[in-house]
Design a protein around this ligand. Sequence first.
Ligand code: FDA
Length: 340
Amino acid sequence: MIELTSSSLAGVKCDKKYCNANVRHWQSRLETVPATNRPYMLRAFFIALSESRSLRRIAESSRIGQRTSSRFVAGKEVADAIRAAAAVNQFGAGVSIDNLGENVTNAEEARASAQLYHSLLDEIAARKLTHMGLDVDEKMAYDIVRGLVAKAASMAPKNFVRVDMEGSPYTQRTLDFVHELHRIPENKGCVGAVIQSYMRRAEADIDQLLAEGIRIRLCKGAYKETEEIAYQEKSEVDANYVKLMKILMKSGIYHGLATHDENIIKEAKAFATGENIPRDAFEFQMLHGIRRDLQQGLVKDGWKVRVYIPFGTEWYPYLMRRLAERPANVMFIARNLLRP
Ligand code: FDA
């Protein structure tokens, strides 16, 4: 998938003393929290940080920030993404290229993002609706994505645009829009959705998408949602993932199973084997920089794998969500921040 954006953050200097003090503050807070509660607290903490515009301004323009982001982000330029994609292609996996960004603040930024997507569509794309200006001008955002899907559908061979799923305020609008696009006869099979297994509504949404033959990427979900609408326990999110995964695998439509969870991957492989589902009837999807060993092992065993390669200057919210997923990454980042 491809996302494009331009940062308007130039000129903001990182205050290293402030960053270091912040890390130390949170290290000492964590020492006072019972160990069993720490992963949950850290997740909430980093998801809250992902929404902080001021920290984002500081981090994205700082050299230290750029250094730490390189663990999960391919680089700042298109060329960096292409280089990372070539390395992935070399071991036999496909790629989604994503120019990082979301929630643009004006129409010009949204159009610039769309233009880059158009020029990168040969590599093939997914899109966040807020990156196309959903919060700025809903009609404009829809027109932009309509244009991208029309272009993807007109290419030979046809291309595919997946609309990423964001936090719950956008869930219904995103799904409605994917349905609307897919109903246009020329677009059939050229636009897909993402379903998050932590959402209690996920199965009902899947039923509706499958009824129209729409391709789905299943993931666990990366945002902070309330208990009313989303499972909070990992065991519940995982169990729902497995249940939904089996529905998708039996649907006869080509879907993406986006996870690095070895237990779930093992279960998917066993289910495919048991149900005689061919290895090329679905794909595993993973993120750049995470479990490359697993990615390569799956390809070696004949499974289809796609790696999501993010690049660009607006990496901060993406990096914070990756930290939220895996507290062990925190120490990696903290060590980088504190390094002279
Ligand atoms: P889980 O978080 O349970 O982790 C299982 C194991 O995977 C860990 O024990 C660890 O080994 C490894 N791992 C996971 N995350 C790691 C990390 N950050 N660093 C290092 N190791 C890690 N979400 C969303 O809300 N909307 C979307 O559109 C997408 N799109 C998307 C595309 C693709 C291709 C992927 C892979 C993921 C997404 N996601 C997403 C993110 C997704 O919802 C989820 O947050 C992450 O994939 C982490 O969940 P896992 O399934 O990997 O399991």
